[in-house]
Design a protein around this ligand. Structure first.
Ligand SMILES: Nc1nc2c(ncn2[C@@H]2O[C@H](COP(=O)(O)OP(=O)(O)OP(=O)(O)O)[C@@H](O)[C@H]2O)c(=O)[nH]1
Ligand SMILES: [Zn+2]
Length: 362
């Protein structure tokens, strides 16, 4: 009988739990803790956690810079949650929305004793659940009994670490013909990751020859640009120009990767936009939220290309990192084809920041 969920299945379940505000039990390094995502933390849950121990707030080192708190654990900080602090106090540390209005959040007591592995895992899970990278943890003794009694998902660090590091296998679910304005002979393939993550799409134009380099674009989802015609970025015009060029050449492959907001999700991207309205640039906004500039996993694109039988590409991009990552993943990039469309007065500063800070070629 193998009815019990596997590690990958429990990981998927844990992401759902975190999004709903349900605690997840993490064990490893000789200890155990209950973790709740800050974004979904309610006063009742916080009170329940306090009955078990002293809550600690885990934030990334990026967020710690804005809070002017030393990140003793390198990539993260553990802040002691005072007895009088409520959900609002915790949320204000995790979410930069009110940083400018309420700049003084301290004094904060950053913890430095003991390992931070459980906190690190909680932050990794929150990120993959597309939540703010912030979690409240309470150390517990009887982790197994607690999980069993309350029906909580239990994850052992040694079993989830390899899963979090590796690329989840992607399976093609279905493919169907799709005539498009830009390219009549289109075919859409849907790929589904086994870890319950977002599906990704491949749009094949014509019948590209697998024996020679294919004109390819790895396009990250941008709901605001692709669908709404946002003037803040150049995504929509890039998407249409790439399909048009494939249509003109009669062959190509466009991957539409659901890595909205450079991998932070649409809600967090909108939080970043709101910070941009306060005067921060695209990179600073990500950092204030606690993210890296770019949280995308480019291995996904490489894997889908390989699954479709492609080993060499002419890549439509202005981003040298995409070229480098594809090559690291074993795909040959015979040519970088520039894609310069969609410049507007509203996105000039955004594109200049990408060139100055993220190495994009103007
Ligand atoms: N976090 C964040 N994401 C943004 C912002 N503006 C656009 N994006 C996202 O940035 C990504 C842009 O994707 P791409 O156009 O494929 O990638 P790129 O790195 O710009 O490279 P090329 O377009 O290939 O040159 C999309 O996922 C957008 O949703 C922003 O201000 N903040
Ligand atoms: Zn965009």
């Amino acid at each position: 009988m193998t009815l019990a969920p596997s590690t990958i299945e429990r990981l998927t379940r844990a992401r759902g739990d975190l999004r709903m505000g349900v605690p997840v039990v993490l064990t490893g390094g000789g200890g155990a803790a209950l973790a709740v995502a800050v974004e979904a933390l309610t006063p009742d849950r916080l009170a329940d956690l306090r009955r078990l121990g002293s809550p600690e707030l885990a934030l990334t080192a990026r967020r710690a810079v804005t809070l002017k708190t030393a990140a003793y654990d390198g990539d993260l900080v553990r802040v002691a949650v005072p007895a009088a602090a409520g959900v609002d106090w915790i949320a204000a540390l995790a979410d930069p929305a009110d940083d400018l209005r309420v700049p003084m959040k301290g004094p904060l007591r950053a913890l430095r004793d003991g390992p931070a592995d459980l906190h690190r895992a909680a932050l990794a899970l929150a990120k993959t659940a597309r939540l703010l990278p912030a979690a409240v943890l309470v150390r517990v003794e009887q982790a197994l009994a607690l999980a069993a009694e309350h029906g909580l998902t239990l994850l052992r660090l040694d079993e989830i670490a390899p899963e979090l590091a590796r690329l989840s296998p992607l399976d093609e679910v279905v493919a169907a013909r799709l005539p498009m304005a830009a390219a009549g002979a289109g075919r859409v393939h849907i790929f589904r990751p086994e870890d319950g993550g977002d599906e990704h799409y491949a749009i094949e134009v014509g019948q590209p020859d697998r024996a020679s380099p294919v004109l390819a674009r790895l396009h990250s989802a941008c709901f605001t640009g692709d669908v709404l015609g946002s003037l803040k970025c150049d995504c929509g015009p890039q998407l249409r120009a790439a399909l048009a060029q494939m249509g003109e050449e009669g062959a190509g492959v466009l991957l539409y990767l659901n890595q909205e907001g450079r991998g932070i999700g649409l809600a967090n991207k909108m939080r970043a936009y709101s910070l941009q309205d306060q005067g921060f640039d695209t990179v600073e906004a990500n950092h204030r939220l606690g993210f890296e500039d770019d949280e995308r996993d480019f291995r996904i694109g490489a894997e889908i290309l390989r699954k479709l039988g492609f080993s060499a590409v002419r890549l439509l991009t202005n981003n040298p990192r995409k070229v480098a990552m594809l090559e690291t993943c074993g795909l040959q990039v015979t040519e970088r084809v520039p894609l310069k469309v969609g410049q507007t007065p509203q996105n000039a500063a955004y594109l200049a920041t990408k060139a100055a800070k993220s190495g994009h070629l103007l």
